[in-house]
Design a binder for this molecule. Structure first.
Ligand code: ZN
Length: 199
């Protein structure tokens, strides 16, 4: 195989879930595109970190500084919903039902892969709850990790960690989400119900 082709395939394999065959398909598909499309894609990738960053408060995607949710003064500061990834946050935003704040953990606890609480944004969550409960304000911490093994482990960990906090009420998304699944693939009605009937 052409060495340059091989090199580019290797670059695509750095993306999550992309194996050598899939990566080769990507490169072949790009070879079929007009030059201008490739330039556009290339410059979008080159500028990615300049144009998009993470919100310093909740770790949602933001174009500069605080994200749109944290910027919005109408959001309910007595509710903080914890998700694993930005894509989960998007799914919940799409329901239009939730008007509180978010915290993106950056994954879930997975001891087999060496992902422990200290590898997630747990410290930042503690700090955030400290700020939100300042001046004796009560906060509902809604745990919305994925309904699978790692998500459950993470939820139990967070529940144990924050339940003793006098000003924090820990709740979880209600039933209806099929176990073993991912939040980002749940349909809107299921998510709405899970939000409404949280426990
Ligand atoms: Zn934010």
């Amino acid at each position: 195989m052409n060495p340059r082709f091989k090199e580019i395939v290797k670059l695509f394999q750095r993306l999550p879930g992309v194996g050598p065959r899939q990566a080769a398909r990507f490169v072949l598909a790009l070879l079929d595109k007009p030059e201008q499309d490739l330039t556009e894609l290339g410059s979008a990738i080159a500028n990615l970190k300049k144009e998009i960053s993470f919100c310093p408060q909740c770790f949602n995607i933001s174009d500069n500084g605080l994200c749109a949710v944290c910027h919005d003064h109408n959001r309910d500061k007595a509710k903080l919903l914890v998700v694993e990834k930005v894509t989960d946050l998007d799914s919940i935003e799409k329901t239009g039902l939730y008007k509180g704040l978010y915290h993106v953990l950056g994954g879930s606890i997975n001891p087999l892969d060496g992902i422990l609480p200290q590898n997630l944004r747990v410290k930042e969550l503690q700090q955030r709850l400290g700020d939100l409960t300042d001046k004796e304000k009560r906060v509902e911490l809604i745990i919305a990790t994925n309904p699978n093994t790692n998500g459950e482990t993470t939820a139990l960990y967070l529940k144990d960690l924050f339940t003793p906090h006098a000003l924090v009420t820990v709740t979880r998304l209600g039933r209806g989400l099929s176990s073993g699944s991912h939040l980002e693939y749940a349909d809107e009605t299921t998510l709405k119900n899970a939000l409404e009937y949280r426990k």
